[in-house]
Design a protein around this ligand. Structure first.
Ligand code: NAP
Length: 248
């Protein structure tokens, strides 16, 4: 990268929650950020404004990571504007919880298509420019339940465990081109996703967390920023757990 060129960072699901915190942790005067959202256009505007307050620039694009066509169009737009991709963070994710016996096939498919195939679609689009540049960082947001499993979340846990296998395989494939691929596995973090829980469920979960609290989005984002930084150049194929000791 020439000294005058800005670093191009791509974050999926950057409109809210952990994704927005990741956008802010990676934003700055030397970075141009692209993020996508699915339906929350107003939330995306807020992310853009907050990135601006950090002296950075950002563009929010509507795209469905589960759709190869939508992802191709998103990355085409990025390449036309900046001609490079330095960091890709696969953060977009959804839950559709239920016990296996009752789980609708559509709920299995939706979660796997967004959380796992969505990351595959984005990695596929980002690797060609990263290989040409002979460098890049890919960071996948998995989950503690991808390592531990969770009753009522078979689809979600399978998608997040799959993301760990995808991370390790991509790390092996891309290392020769100086592209590192790692995963960050948050435990329970305060976001819209966990706000939906009842107080009783939250209290029960907190007893299983040695640090006795849910995580904050900034604590996950700081780990992503580290993996995207020069300091993490020799780390690849790893899963970094950020979970208050919930899984040791
Ligand atoms: P969130 O607040 O629900 O935000 C989800 C983000 O993903 C939003 O930006 C959403 O866009 C986007 N998105 C959803 N479906 C999409 C699709 N089909 N295509 C593109 N973007 C899509 O979620 P979060 O809690 O911040 O979670 C972020 C990531 O961390 C997820 O991968 C999640 O599995 C993981 N995680 C979360 C926790 C937790 O406790 N919160 C714990 C472990 C792992 P819209 O705003 O347009 O809907």
């Amino acid at each position: 990268m020439t000294s005058e060129a800005k670093r191009t960072v791509v974050v999926t699901g950057g409109s809210r929650g952990i994704g927005r915190a990741i956008c802010l942790a990676l934003a700055g005067p030397d970075t141009h950020l692209f993020f996508n959202y699915h339906s929350a256009g107003e939330a995306a505007e807020k992310t853009i404004a907050l990135v601006g307050e950090k002296g950075g620039t950002a563009e929010g694009v509507q795209a469905d990571v589960a759709s190869p066509e939508s992802v191709s169009a998103f990355f085409k737009q990025i390449m036309e504007k900046t001609g490079r991709i330095d960091v890709l963070v696969n953060n977009a994710g959804v839950t559709k919880d239920g016990l296996i016996a009752m789980m609708k096939e559509a709920d299995w498919d939706t979660v796997l298509n967004i959380n796992l195939k969505g990351a595959f679609n984005c990695i596929k689009s980002a690797t060609r420019p990263m290989m040409k540049q002979r460098g890049g960082r890919i960071i996948n947001i998995t989950s503690v339940v991808g390592a531990m499993g969770n009753a009522g979340q078979a689809n979600y846990a399978a998608s997040k465990a799959g993301l760990i296998g995808l991370t390790k395989s991509a790390a092996r494939e891309l290392a020769s081109r100086n592209i590192t691929v790692n995963a960050v596995a948050p435990g329970f973090v305060e976001t819209d996703m966990t706000d939906a829980m009842t107080d009783k469920a939250r209290e029960a979960l907190q007893t299983q967390i040695p640090l006795r609290r849910f995580g904050q989005v900034d604590e996950v984002a700081a780990t992503v920023a580290f993996l995207a930084s020069d300091a993490a150049a020799y780390i690849t194929g790893q899963v970094i757990h950020v979970n208050g000791g919930m899984y040791i």
